[in-house]
Ligand binder design. Structure first.
Ligand SMILES: [Zn+2]
Length: 290
């Protein structure tokens, strides 16, 4: 049968034969191309499997511009906000007014739970706890700025942004000189509203800084000796897809922290640290410049 069929094949001559050969070459080239694409894809997914963080973003990711009322601005790196069709809830633990005698203990709790925090440091305190600030950066937590003085009068009374920006730049340099890391995220003492108006916000943006407020206030600063109430406040208020939780470096916060982390994880939150490469707009006025 085979032999017969072979015999029946037409014999190509001259131009017809050359066309046939060209056609074969095109087929071979197409096959090699398809094989290469397949191999690259295979090698790529193998590499992604080895780095689970990246693997998550290889899953069909829908990146909504608004998430839980806040805007995600994707920059260099994509963060999975949806995983397998479900919204990945994210919580950020933020700690103001440090560094302090509690910073190392807070870092211990974070480390034990394999999470990181976003810290907003007071510039004049940094030289008192330099090792804690260095450790913070080494362990992947974020050393944000919270001005040098933290003084309402100095920062806001004139209505001008000059002192605020001067202090933030000064603090940025202190953190960079100490840790080698140059942060751009600021939390305004007392929050951005009402003391910071539209022009003031524009000045902060022009100076290249980003500004974060919060979505949930633990009220920890007002609850000395009462970690149970700090836990209760967070449990009561946390419900959005993205939560930025405000804490301070206080003893009651340190005591409440393990239970709060446990609760957030149980509620399906992924605890993240601020990522400048995937900036999240998080200010009371939803000012997209910040
Ligand atoms: Zn503060």
């Amino acid at each position: 049968m085979r032999r017969q069929r072979k015999q029946k094949r037409p014999v190509f001559r001259g131009r017809q034969a050359r066309r046939r050969i060209r056609y074969d070459r095109v087929l071979i080239a197409a096959f090699i191309l398809a094989l290469s694409v397949f191999l690259i894809w295979k090698i790529g997914s193998f590499a992604l499997d080895r780095f689970p963080q990246v693997a998550e973003s290889s899953v069909e990711v829908q990146q909504p511009s608004m998430l839980g009322g806040f805007t995600v601005v994707p920059m260099a790196k994509k963060e999975p906000v949806r995983f397998k069709g479900k919204v990945q809830k994210v919580a950020y633990l933020t700690f103001d007014d440090g560094p302090s005698k509690y910073t190392n203990d807070i870092l211990d709790v974070l480390k034990n739970n394999k999470v990181q925090g976003t810290f907003f440091l007071v510039g004049t305190e940094i030289h008192k706890h330099p090792d804690a600030v260095k450790r913070m950066v080494e362990e992947g937590s974020y050393p944000g700025m919270h001005t040098m003085t933290h003084e309402y009068k100095t920062l806001y009374k004139s209505g001008s942004s000059a002192n605020f920006i001067k202090e933030v730049k000064q603090e940025q340099k202190i953190i960079q000189d100490l840790t080698g890391y140059k942060p751009f995220l600021v939390r305004a003492p007392f929050g951005s509203a009402p003391q910071i108006d539209e022009k003031f916000r524009g000045d902060i943006a022009k100076a290249q800084f980003k500004l974060w407020d919060w979505t949930t206030d633990s009220m920890d600063w007002d609850l000395p000796g009462n970690p149970k109430q700090v836990i209760a406040n967070v449990k009561r208020d946390v419900h959005k897809d993205v939560e930025v939780i405000l804490f301070h470096e206080k003893e009651q916060t340190l005591e409440a922290l393990p239970e709060i982390i446990k609760h957030l994880k149980k509620k399906g939150y992924k605890i993240e640290v601020y990522n400048p490469e995937n900036h999240l707009v998080m200010n009371f006025k939803n000012d997209l410049r910040l």
